[in-house]
Every structure is written in structure tokens, then in C-alpha cells.
Design a protein around this ligand. Structure first.
Ligand code: C5P
Length: 224
């Protein structure tokens, strides 16, 4: 069967990665979480005190950053490695979430990440989620989805996910962080979050996961 590229863009915590993982599993495709790459770069900058307002410092630091996705030996799910170290857990922490949108707005950072993302698409059979995947990374993708959900629902989902791992996080913190990231992501100069003209809007506020997958699998069949 013909293999395609599926892009999923949208606001924070709309369930993009959940849908992307389900699609990849069902179709036997590779799933790439582009946000994890920006999070890993942010973690590196924080750990190494790189000032991301300083272009020279950013360029020099990126020379020391190697990003890879490797499967978890138990779950098989792809996890983020930064310079050979599994950072999947650390990149989900609030300290990274608070800074990632600032780092992702830096031109050199985007060029670095986008070049690697485009290489991953060489073979097709790929689902990638993010903010600029349908508009900038793969403008020729066969199926583009723009996901959205009501803000209160998104806050609740992300809070539950984070609270399960860290009981100190508060719902206000999560709400503020989502609002801030969405604002920066949608208003930055380079590759702001936008719906690609040919993307299909998926508002999953009132959809069960099963219904959502069924609907999108129909779109995949239409695109193939
Ligand atoms: O998808 P996730 O919420 O993990 O992404 C974290 C952040 O990375 C986003 O808020 C955004 O600032 C940035 N990002 C981006 N472009 C992408 C994916 C993520 O700017 N393609």
C-alpha cells in the first residue's frame, strides 16, 4: 500500500501525540514528536546555561547537540535521547515547559530542528506532530490535520497527565503555561502556529478517542 506523510499541528495539549501514536501503530508508520526535539534543546540550554538571546552562543551550543529517537525496550514507544542520554522524562518537567516556547522561537533553533525533521520524512510512512509540520516542515504532506479542543478541556487533560507524575503541580500553573505557550507559538515571527490552508480541522472536545481514530482513519484511506 502507498505510504504517506501525516502531519498533526495544533495548540498545546489537544491530544496530538495520542492520536499520532495511535495512527502510527495502526498503520505501521514511524511517529515523530517534533515538540520533544525543541524540549530536548531547551533542556540542553538550561543545563549548560546557554543564553538563547545570544545568536553566537546558540550557534556554538547547537554544534554540541545530538538528537535521536530510540524505542523504549519494554513499551516499544519512541523516546528522546539528547547526546546519547535518555531525556524523555526530564523534557516533560515544568522547568522545560516554561522555557521551550522562547527557545523554539529562535531562528537557528528552528533551522536546526526542521532540517532533521525533513530528513526523517525521506522514507514516508511517517506521522509527525507539532506546530509547523503541515505549513513548513512538510508542506507537501498527503494528509494534514489541525487539532483543537476547548481550552478548559485541554488544561484539565494536561493537568491530569502532569499530576500523575508530580503531585506538586497546580491547575493554575498548567493553565498559565498552556496560555503562555499558545500565545508565543501563535505570535512568533518565524513559523508561527497556523492551520495550513489544506489542513482538516479536528475539534476533539466532544469526541471519544475511539470515534476520533475511526474518523481520522477514514481521512487516511481517502488520502491514500
Ligand atoms: O508538542 P509540545 O507541547 O511538546 O511542544 C513543546 C513546544 O515546542 C511548543 O509549545 C512549541 O513552543 C514548540 N514546538 C514548535 N514547533 C513544533 C513543535 C513544538 O515550536 N513543530
Amino acid at each position: 500500500m502507498k505510504k504517506i506523510i501525516i502531519t498533526i499541528d495544533g495548540y498545546s495539549s489537544c491530544g496530538k501525540s495520542t492520536l499520532a501514536k495511535q495512527l502510527a501503530k495502526q498503520l505501521g508508520y514511524v511517529y515523530i514528536d517534533s515538540g520533544a526535539m525543541y524540549r530536548a534543546i531547551t533542556l540542553y540550554f538550561i543545563q549548560n546555561r546557554v543564553d538563547w538571546a545570544d545568536t553566537k552562543a546558540v550557534k556554538a551550543a547547537l554544534k554540541n547537540v545530538t538528537l535521536e529517537f530510540n524505542p523504549n525496550p519494554v513499551t516499544g514507544q519512541s523516546e528522546m535521547y539528547l547526546n546519547g542520554e535518555n531525556v524523555e522524562h526530564f523534557i516533560r518537567e515544568m522547568i522545560v515547559a516554561e522555557k521551550v516556547s522562547e527557545v523554539a522561537a529562535v531562528k537557528e533553533v528552528r533551522e536546526f530542528a526542521v532540517a532533521q525533521q525533513q530528513q526523517m520524512g525521506n522514507k514516508k510512512g511517517l506521522v509527525m506532530d507539532g506546530r509547523d509540520i503541515g505549513t513548513v516542515v512538510f508542506p507537501q504532506a498527503e494528509l494534514k490535520i489541525f487539532m483543537t479542543a476547548e481550552p478548559a478541556i485541554r488544561v484539565e487533560r494536561r493537568f491530569k497527565e502532569l499530576y500523575a507524575k508530580n503531585k506538586h503541580v497546580t491547575i493554575e500553573e498548567v493553565k498559565e503555561n498552556l496560555e503562555l505557550r499558545d500565545y508565543i507559538d501563535a505570535n512568533r515571527e518565524i513559523s508561527p502556529l497556523r492551520k495550513a490552508e489544506d489542513a482538516i480541522i479536528l475539534d476533539n472536545s466532544q469526541l471519544s478517542m475511539g470515534d476520533q481514530l475511526e474518523l481520522v482513519m477514514q481521512w487516511v484511506e481517502d488520502a491514500i
